[in-house]
Ligand binder design. Sequence first.
Ligand code: CA
Ligand code: CA
Ligand code: CA
Ligand code: CA
Ligand code: CA
Length: 380
Amino acid sequence: MRNILKYINFILIILIVFSFEACKEKQTNEVSVFPIEADAIRAEIETSPITAGKSEDAADDPAIWINKADPAQSLIVGSNKKAGINLYNLSGQELFFIDAGSINNVDLRYGFDLNGTKVDLVGGSNRTHNSISLFFIDGVNNQLLTAHSKTIVSDVDVVYGFCMYQSKQSGNFYAFVNGKNGYIEQWLLEATENDMVDAQKVRTINVDTQPEGMVADDELGFLYVGEENKGVWKFNAEPDASSEKTFLAMSDESNPAIEYDIEGMAILYQPKGKGYLFVSSQGNNSYAVFARENNNQYLTSFAIEDGEIDAVDGTDGLDITHFALNETFPAGCLIVQDGHNYDGDTLLSQNFKLVDFRKIAWLLAPEQELNYSYNPFSGF
Ligand code: CA
Ligand code: CA
Ligand code: CA
Ligand code: CA
Ligand code: CA
């Protein structure tokens, strides 16, 4: 009997050790999700319509905030350029609205050092005050709290595009804002003594005609700027860098897949400097994809077609993430503004559409598993 008990004990220990090892392995394994071949790319989810007239161009730019503790509770930040900023959950339900003024473009960054406390920041270009507005993200109560210590007034002639950047070199956080006149200002964000955020202008660069969409590559230190009727420019994003810029080949109308305006831009990060740059080609209701690496080779274009949720046209802003969010978005999602939001034949106010990234991954790399856990943000 004692021998049998000893034997059972031994087996139990083996089982425990084995399952512990298996568990460990599961935890350290990277999430791998294969691309999905779809006959067309359609939206899975749409947000509730924004508060605006049905024919008003009011929704503009989305940004995805990943809730690290519970990715299924991640938030969509969406600008209403007539009124303020909305927060939505991943089902598209509106959770919050802040009456912040005419916020055109929005962006966000993780882990800003507020006198020893790490906070996540949302920023936006505010046409009401020709300024930069900053907010703390409160992901527990799903709200935005004003973060700018005073009105951060820009000198550009009517603020338009906006994005944020965290330097790998210095760890500093920056806001970029551009104006109708082609000027692009870079502002250093700094915590104030009373735990708010202030900004000082550190650099001005420019393009020739009206820009809007912008995105910064934190890891490689680049700023991409969309000149609406020209194409995409690439600058060094460091404040002390030269103002030289390079033009992305095939980001203009020499590429039959592109029709102006060039609008929103977002980066999908992959390891080793690889990944994708997404650009809204507003004039033909499509999205152009460029390689993130080297000379940003043009790769492909796609559109979001009619399905259970209506097709997308005239996209202004967009954002993309490769992180697993929930069952609907196990490999992240693309979120885009929709120029005309229909329910059947009925036109509603504008909204944002969300697409399962696996369907886009199939267009980009059908044979290849992308990396869905790679973290490019130092403050994340
Ligand atoms: Ca528009
Ligand atoms: Ca525009
Ligand atoms: Ca716009
Ligand atoms: Ca639509
Ligand atoms: Ca709809």
